[in-house]
Design a protein around this ligand. Sequence first.
Ligand SMILES: Nc1ncnc2c1ncn2[C@@H]1O[C@H](COP(=O)(O)OP(=O)(O)OP(=O)(O)O)[C@@H](O)[C@H]1O
Ligand SMILES: O=P(O)(O)OC[C@H]1O[C@](O)(CO)[C@@H](O)[C@@H]1O
Ligand SMILES: [Mg+2]
Length: 536
Amino acid sequence: MESAISSPLSTSSHLLPSPYRSSLGSRSQSFPSLQNLRHPSFKSRCFFGVPFRSRQTQPIRCQSSNQQPAKDDGFVIEDVPHLTDFLSNLPSYPNPLKQSQAYAVVKQTFVSTDDVVAQKVVVQKDDPRGVHFRRAGPREKVYFKSDEVRACIVTCGGLCPGINTVIREIVCGLNYMYGVEDILGIEGGYRGFYSKNTLRLTPKVVNDIHKRGGTFLRTSRGGHDTNKIVDNIQDRGINQVYIIGGDGTQKGAALIYKEVEKRGLQVAVAGIPKTIDNDIAVIDKSFGFDTAVEEAQRAINAAHVEVESVENGVGIVKLMGRYSGFIALYATLASRDVDCCLVPESPFYLEGRGGLFEFVEERLKENGHVVIVLAEGAGQEYVAQEMQVVDGKDASGNKLLLDVGLWLTEKIKDHFTKVQKMAINMKYIDPTYMIRAIPSNASDNIYCTLLAQSAVHGAMAGFSGFTVGPVNSRHAYIPISRVTETQNTVNLTDRMWARLLASTNQPSFLEGNALHERVDKEDVDVINHNMRATSI
Ligand SMILES: Nc1ncnc2c1ncn2[C@@H]1O[C@H](COP(=O)(O)OP(=O)(O)OP(=O)(O)O)[C@@H](O)[C@H]1O
Ligand SMILES: O=P(O)(O)OC[C@H]1O[C@](O)(CO)[C@@H](O)[C@@H]1O
Ligand SMILES: [Mg+2]
């Protein structure tokens, strides 16, 4: 018989010293074990009964009634900073949502201070309980009076479907839920703080913007100057800063928060993660990603229609994805018209057994056509070898990529016409900006609304230096450093990539490839871990 999973419940408890970890703008608390215990009121009896934000708070260990020593169950909270961490006498006020019509019939308007979201939901019985983040949502107490809030919103980095929805919902959320009227738009990204006038944002001004692609506030790369930005925040009397942007933007937001803390300002800094590439760590998925994948279907479909209408048709579609091939992966899986998907994470090769040329030839013989989807960051090393180019960077310091789409197109044409003496019909489609310069679809719009409202609740509740996002489909406040320390990339040892290979039946390019060895030698542990922990 399967043994019962031990439950962390108790009727008695005592305090233990708090193992307190701290990283940039984050605090982690590890909670010791609560084992062999079952009790439905665990939440209120054990550590959940104590607000874990307070510095005085000591994690509580619960023991079974027979008082056997409890073992550490590895419960960790990666907490976000709060304004009271450096402004200890900050007054709090009852949340005006108590009077809100919208929340009037909600059973539990306020998120308990003890609610957390688990980073991993697929675990094994004996695994440590792992990392948790603070659950997002409205709190009973706020640390701003509504008429004293002066908020601002800025958007930085590349475009992404849904930015306007996030802007709209921050403005409407602040105004409708909290009665905030003073909201400023910072124009043109970070540099707009010190080089441009602000825009006044009201629900009326932003009413329709979610129907448009792009960003109503405009954006830029580069131009992050922490001191100038915080000087400007201070000079303008801004006390809530909403920053929408990707990994670079979030790094900038962390610096702004650090400076705000250093100067002891009552300023809530909230990051809303944005990236079309879906490369932001920890969160389930970035907003606009689904819309982009959907739009990519149109390009793939066009390629497929073109190549199946001619003899030996070869279609190549290049999609965004600098270091992460998620758009290409998901667009391929969704389409089923794609024969081969190439992503930056999976090196490929052209010639010889198991190579791309051989595969294209086979598919042409079999079906008369072939469609390849290519992420822009794939095969960069091959293109670089053949092109005399100086390493270029954009204003933010991101490496400028070489056009792998054109390179591959030429390679395939050359091979079949010159080497194979076989006429092919090449159709190259590059919908790069088309998939991100569009408004978000319905589900992304809903997602954007949740992100915006969660950010507003967090800032009003006095949290600062946090990023908001869904973790296992529950919105959470995540320390900024957690989403910037690594980038999310397609994991070749994860089942999702295997699903793609199984769906397209394309070569894995493992033969003659360094990856083979790498997987064999060092990734056994990773594979085991992923088999256990993968959330997909
Ligand atoms: N390490 C950093 N420290 C401070 N600011 C940064 C850093 N990296 C980037 N920024 C600033 O963040 C802004 C946006 O950065 P970037 O152009 O890299 O886009 P991003 O936010 O990563 O979005 P995406 O990559 O999705 O387009 C720029 O204004 C840039 O100056
Ligand atoms: O041409 P831009 O605006 O710099 O953006 C291109 C880059 O932005 C991204 O979409 C990331 O936001 C990358 O995939 C792409 O390489
Ligand atoms: Mg980036």
